[in-house]
Write a protein that binds this ligand. Structure first.
Ligand code: PEP
Ligand code: MN
Length: 348
């Protein structure tokens, strides 16, 4: 249920409504728009129905609307305008194309620092790299764990690029937050509800990846778990779903981009690397993602993909990445958009 306040409602009147909601044992979530404030009310439906009439009677309330979708706070009913998620000055969802890049896994200090410098020079605004890796086989490289997080922090110190990296479970979350600027919840964990709630409580920027078999509604409900705990800094990521064809690793669901952009105010980015599984398809899928309206990309880039300890076949080289960035600039311009540039370059 959402409470749409009158445009002239005062701070005091808004607080009064929030108090009424909380007194009824429900939780309130405020979305302060330019014109008016919207208060999202979540909790037991019967209690909401009982409260509804008394809220409607308040002169400061324009109307009370039931949200029919199962997801509430992520829906555009709650927040009609696009959310902009700020990660250390990188603004995801502001209309520009945000590019995050880096290796699948952090493998050594040299590897991540070299990659960070190169992707920054090519125009990436965030650095990616896994320290805790969800691998299909228990015998595959599992990541450098805290050592990897330390190298990521060193790469950030050298380049200024904010870091996004994965936490696979609650026990790793605080450690990841200590080093990273944004926590990635991987595809395999999209429905790990304990982790979603915990990252919601942590109030730290989250990159939430769609599970390979998850519907769009399930993805939105996973985001709702995070938002319902009070963390509104969520970015969604389409990274390919299970198809029936073997030429690509997964099937990049491009249609999810406009569908999500219609249903939710949260930014949506594309991961063309996990989706294709093959480096040669990464540039065309990246461009397709931008053309479909994605707010950005997360791309796997490795100085020597053939020697990578994970996902080698899908990682593009530093040169290919630079070339891709060169091609994205005119594409974004043709779409009336621009590729976001690193903060240090912004003032020049
Ligand atoms: C990754 O980003 O390297 C990764 C494992 O992603 P996903 O969770 O989408 O498979
Ligand atoms: Mn990977």
């Amino acid at each position: 249920m959402i409470v749409v306040m009158e445009s002239r409602a005062t701070r005091e009147q808004i607080n009064d409504i929030v108090r009424k909601i909380q007194d009824a044992g429900l939780s309130s979530h405020i979305s302060a728009g330019v014109e008016r404030t919207i208060i999202g009310v979540v909790g037991d439906s019967h209690t909401k129905e009982l409260l509804r009439q008394s809220l409607e009677a308040s002169p400061a309330v324009e109307k009370v609307v039931l949200i029919l979708q199962p997801f509430k706070l992520v829906s555009r009913d709650f927040r009609p305008h696009d959310s902009i998620i700020d990660v250390q000055g990188v603004r995801i969802g502001d209309g520009s194309v945000v590019v995050m890049a880096g290796p699948c896994s952090v493998e050594s200090r040299e590897q991540i620092v070299q990659t960070a410098h190169a992707v920054k020079a090519a125009g990436a605004v965030m650095l990616r790299g896994g320290a805790f890796k969800p691998r299909t086989s228990p015998y595959s490289f599992q990541g450098l764990e805290e050592e990897g997080l330390r190298y990521l922090a060193e790469a950030r110190a050298e380049t200024g690029l904010p870091v996004v990296t994965e936490a696979m479970d609650v026990s790793q979350l605080m450690l990841v937050i200590k080093y990273a600027d944004m926590v990635q919840i991987g595809a395999r964990n999209m429905q790990n509800y304990t982790l979603l709630r915990e990252v919601g409580r942590a109030k730290y920027p989250v990159l939430l990846k769609r599970g390979p078999s998850a519907t769009i509604q399930e993805l939105l409900l996973a985001a709702e778990y995070i938002m319902s705990e009070g963390n509104y800094s969520v970015v969604l990521c389409e990274r390919g779903i299970r198809g029936f064809d073997n030429y690509t690793r997964y099937l990049l669901d491009l249609s999810a981009v406009p569908v999500l952009k219609q249903l939710t105010h949260l930014p949506v980015i594309i991961d063309p690397s996990q989706a294709s599984g093959k480096s040669k398809y990464v540039p065309p899928l990246s461009k397709a993602g931008v053309a479909a309206g994605a707010d950005g990309l997360i791309v796997e880039v490795h100085p020597e993909p053939e020697k990578a300890l994970s996902d080698g076949p899908q990682q593009i080289t530093l040169d290919t990445f630079a070339q891709l960035m060169g091609e994205l600039t005119p594409l974004a311009a043709a779409l009336g958009r621009r590729v976001q540039v690193p903060a240090a370059l912004r003032s020049r």
